[in-house]
Write a protein that binds this ligand. Structure first.
Ligand code: HDD
Length: 678
């Protein structure tokens, strides 16, 4: 019914006690009291979006009868949720962590969930260890510290005693754990799954998502600052890109392995702590995923979406991977507590587009009004409905794998090489990626209070690579291992290094332009337009919001006040010409810090005319600056002396080109900035 107002409760007199009769106030407050549901036990923090998947062609038909993978005329709707693993719902986005990449395909044959991560391996190879691992990585139980951090005693205690974690720990200590954007990270199905064709023949498969914008990471110092400046950094980035029509896109790739090759590898295909190197089995591109719609309501959609590894469709099946087998139990189980009953698949975000006919009835939150007299099979009263045998042509058939064996609680020997692929990962990194990893190990172990924990991990690292262990040890105050215990096999997989797949695009990259009154409006406009034409997002930042007057007296609108933003929220920075503008900026601590910090984080920095003086004055060192109007580009710093009014036409185009190259390179890793204050 309608009510006049709900500002005041019903009371006995204007100043009297609230009456129990006020059913309206009670109902309002009661509903509020029950608004929270348990957060996910892992992956509590996330962001989601809708989109679609379409296969390029029908070439997978030889391997699978899954229509969404083989019919190029089918656009399958999807919902994707990205997440961090360890932190609570309200934790920061940019912590060092694995990122979840879970995709729900609403296919005509039923919902298929590919519940993957941005790293292709996992910490453990048997799901029975999952509660132990999660207890170790989550905040410690006595004081619930630290939030969303792996840098603490219990995780590293677990690692030191559980060497199967080592390969994944290498990934976690790498730049992969610090994605610049959900839109710029890879995804992996992790397990070996099985494709099954119409004739019932199986083929092992590994799923890969490759981002069209390339795979890029933040640097550690930056991630920590973003966690304070904008804890929603990755969530906001996804939302904004979709709102701006710059739809994130990935390519789906598969590694196909014939069943006859099951034992052709020096690791077990059922072991989720191992990759199949791309050089050994190439990734074959099969389709594309586009995210083009933000949810309307975070809770209803992103929070209530329920992924489940056992949501599969005809043409896809499991393997005996013991991690996957446990997941197939856990995901349904967890939704029962999290979403409060067995009918969560009726929630709009979970509801399949495929028609549902079954005899499941009743339960909490039942919202389907099932009709008819029978809810059992077999029946004659309703003509056998709803589940008459043989009524549907495309039924799911379990893959007929032959199994035999004694009941036994023991892991196969083929799972027990814990180190070779951790070494492979280390060998495959570039120098700068290795440097980042050594720093990461030093930071994480350096946060451990127990020296025994530190020593045990260093001991384990010595099994991965002697040089790695000897570089980490002195930073964390434990003796470096004297001897190599396991010779490095020397093999590498170039596909593992992010730096081996450069991208040319600057689409959606954020460029900050620092301006104040007196800025050279002509030069500025040329560069801003040039960057925007290439798809970059350019924002003008000034000491105060509103607008500035350029050197010709024209008003130039400002996008943000400097003090509300920070360099860590941008990919690059430009300081335009304008003597008085530059004077104002040089006297503004935010502006000076902004430029120096961007320089420290190896971002593309550009300046023209008197803007170059600002770089010199604030201590940007060891790069070559332009001596004349020719565009100089050195270590990601792009300069020209072109003064007010001179940066036009061809010169402006060359300047933009060089700046865009620097932005596309993501970071100038050759730049040494250790001496720049953090
Ligand atoms: Fe898990 C959530 C990915 C192993 C138990 N997992 C969850 C999510 C992702 C993954 C992306 C978030 C889904 C969402 O956005 O709602 N999990 C993985 C991957 C694994 C993995 C790639 C290894 C290859 N997980 C794993 C194991 C278990 C679980 C071994 C338990 C035995 N995972 C869960 C869970 C969660 C979950 C407790 C928490 C919330 C949920 O499922 O819906 O059931």
């Amino acid at each position: 019914m309608r009510i006049g107002q709900d500002d005041d409760s019903l009371s006995a007199g204007e100043r009297g006690p609230t009456l129990l009769e006020d059913f309206h106030a009670r109902e309002k407050i009661t509903h509020f009291d029950h608004e929270r549901i348990p957060e996910r036990v892992v992956h509590a923090r996330g962001a989601g979006a809708y989109g679609y998947f379409e296969p390029y062609d029908d070439s997978l038909r030889e391997y699978t009868c899954a229509e969404f993978l083989t019919d190029p005329s089918t656009r399958t709707p999807v919902f994707v949720r990205f997440s961090t693993v360890a932190g609570s719902r309200g934790s920061a986005d940019t912590v060092r962590d694995v990122r979840g990449f879970a995709t729900k395909f609403y296919t005509r044959q039923g919902n298929y969930d590919l519940v993957g991560n941005n790293m292709p391996v996992f910490f453990i190879h048997d799901g029975i260890k999952f509660p132990d691992f999660v207890h170790a990585v989550k905040p410690e139980p006595h004081n619930e510290i630290p939030q969303a951090q792996s840098a603490h005693d219990t995780l590293w205690d677990f690692v030191g005693l559980q060497p199967e974690t080592l390969h994944m720990m290498m990934w976690l200590m790498s730049d992969r754990a610090l994605p610049r954007s959900y839109r710029m990270m890879q995804g992996f199905g992790v397990h070996t799954f099985r494709l099954v064709n119409a004739a019932g023949r199986g083929t092992f498969v590994k799923f890969h998502w490759k981002p069209v914008l390339g795979t890029h990471s933040l640097v550690w110092d930056e991630t920590q600052k973003i966690a304070g400046k904008d804890p929603d950094f990755n969530r906001r980035d996804l939302w904004d890109a979709i709102e701006a029509g710059q739809y994130p896109e990935w390519e789906l790739g598969v590694q196909l392995i014939p069943e006859s090759d099951e034992f052709a590898f020096d690791f077990d295909l059922l072991d989720a702590t191992k990759i199949v190197p791309e050089e050994r089995v190439p990734v074959r591109p099969v389709g594309r995923l586009v995210l083009d719609r933000n949810p309307e309501n975070f809770f209803a959609e992103t929070e209530q979406v329920a992924f489940h590894t056992a949501n599969i469709v005809p043409g896809i099946d499991f393997t005996n991977d013991p991690l996957l087998q446990a997941r197939n139990f856990s995901y349904l189980d967890t939704q029962l507590i999290r979403l409060g009953g067995p009918n969560f698949s009726q929630l709009p975000v979970n509801r399949p587009v495929a028609p549902v006919h079954h005899n499941q009835r009743d339960g909490y939150h039942q919202s389907t009004i099932n009709t008819g007299k029978t809810s059992y099979t077999k029946n004659a009263l309703s003509g056998g409905c709803p589940v008459a045998d043989g009524a549907f042509p495309e039924v799911f058939e379990h893959y007929q794998e032959k199994v035999e064996g004694a009941k036994i609680r023991r892991r196969a020997e083929s799972f027990k090489d814990y180190y070779s692929q951790a070494t492979l990962f280390w060998n495959s990194m570039s120098d700068v990626e290795r440097e980042h990893m050594v720093s990461a190990f030093r930071f994480e172990l350096g946060k451990c209070v127990d020296m025994g924990v530190r020593a045990r991990v260093v001991e384990q690292l010595n099994h991965v690579d002697h040089e790695l262990a000897t570089r980490v040890a002195p930073g964390v105050g434990v003796p470096a291992p004297a001897e190599e215990v396991r010779p490095n096999h020397g093999a590498s997989s170039p596909a593992l290094s992010q730096l081996n797949a450069p991208t040319a695009t600057i689409a959606t990259r954020k460029v900050a332009v620092l301006v104040a009154d007196g800025v050279d409006g002509t030069g500025l406009a040329g560069v801003v337009d040039g960057l925007r034409e290439r798809g970059a997002i350019v924002e003008l930042l000034a000491p105060a919001d509103g607008s500035v007057r350029d050197s010709a007296g024209t008003e130039v609108p400002v996008d943000r006040a400097l003090n509300t933003m920070a360099s860590v929220l941008y990919d690059a920075v430009l300081v335009p010409c304008g003597p008085s503008s530059v004077e104002t900026l040089a006297a503004d601590g935010y502006a000076v810090h902004f430029v120096l910090e961007a320089f420290k984080h190896a971002k593309a920095v550009a300046a023209f005319g008197s803007g170059v003086d600002l770089l010199r004055r604030i201590g940007v060192r060891e790069v070559r600056f332009a001596e004349d109007t020719n565009v100089e580009s050195d270590l990601g710093v792009v300069t020209t002396t072109a003064a007010a009014g001179d940066l036009t036409g061809e010169l402006s185009a060359r300047f933009v080109e060089a700046f865009a190259d620097g932005i596309a390179a993501h970071r100038a890793w050759a730049r040494r900035t250790d001496g720049v204050p953090a």
